[in-house]
Design a protein around this ligand. Structure first.
Ligand SMILES: [Zn+2]
Length: 268
């Protein structure tokens, strides 16, 4: 599932490919991907130039002159930029036909991804329920301490909640807690001041590194191979069998229903 670094990589790659391109018209093949009225969606975008692509948490935001829509990739969503004559591959659900002879194609095997028009004028009110971006100054010691203060649920679960911090998913939550040496099952309120500082630092460092790696990998991709947002390299603990620090066996458990990897020797 694409998390912040993957969505950021998709965003940057698509900016390089389609920024300034004009959407001639939109074809919706699988209607459920679009939330709201599909005709309104298409009509709002027809003839508009893609003026910017942004990211908020795990959401991509496409701006097209006076209008905008978000795209959430959820489990398997990906974008391809292909020549208009190239046959559509299976699981292509939405096609933005560009006036320069290319298509921006949205592909999603699981069909969980969603797109919807959003109001540019209200400063994207829809995203106000999201927590701060991990790199923003709002994600600071005072904020984290206050948020965690009364929560008895596991710290891993809280890291995944988008109203705490936007963009972290299952894989990076494991990586962050491994770096901070905190057991993912610990009650959120038990996280100490020192651990809060480490948590903020580790979150930013790990995500930045992942963005760098994603960017490196993705540059070797050609547009027709698509932008998948699956470049989770260099993992320290998630999916590992042996702890890279102490050499002990990594435990795989469920925390809040999510598969969780941690080292019981290193993480307390
Ligand atoms: Zn260890």
């Amino acid at each position: 599932m694409p998390e912040l670094p993957e969505v950021e990589t998709v965003k940057e790659t698509l900016k390089g490919l389609v920024l300034g391109s004009k959407i001639d018209h939109v074809s919706i093949i699988y209607p459920s991907i679009i939330e709201g009225d599909r005709d309104v969606f298409c009509n709002a975008l027809n003839g508009k130039v893609i003026t910017d692509i942004k990211r908020r948490g795990k959401y991509l935001i496409f701006e097209a002159e006076d209008t905008a829509f978000y795209s959430h990739l959820r489990m398997e969503g990906k974008y391809f930029v292909q020549d208009i004559n190239e046959p559509l591959i299976k699981h292509t659900h939405v096609v933005f036909h560009l006036s320069d002879g290319r298509d921006l194609r949205y592909n999603d095997v699981r069909k969980f991804g969603r797109m919807a028009l959003i109001d540019k004028d209200d400063d994207y009110k829809i995203f106000r329920g999201l927590g701060p971006e991990p790199f923003s100054p709002d994600f600071n010691h005072a904020y984290v301490k206050e948020h965690l203060a009364k929560i008895k649920r596991p710290i891993k679960t809280i890291l995944l909640e988008q109203d705490f911090v936007a963009g972290i998913g299952n894989i990076y939550a494991d990586e962050i807690l491994f770096r901070v040496k905190v057991d993912p099952r610990r009650e959120a309120l038990s996280i100490t001041d020192e651990e809060i500082d480490l948590l903020i630092e580790a979150t930013s460092e790990i995500l930045r590194k992942a963005i760098e790696k994603g960017g490196t990998t993705i540059r070797s991709y050609t547009s027709s191979l698509g932008v998948t947002g699956r470049f989770q390299n260099e993992l320290g603990i998630h999916t590992k069998e042996v702890c890279p620090i102490c050499g002990n066996k990594v435990m795989k458990i469920k925390v809040g229903g999510r598969g969780t990897y941690f080292c019981p020797s290193c993480q307390k």
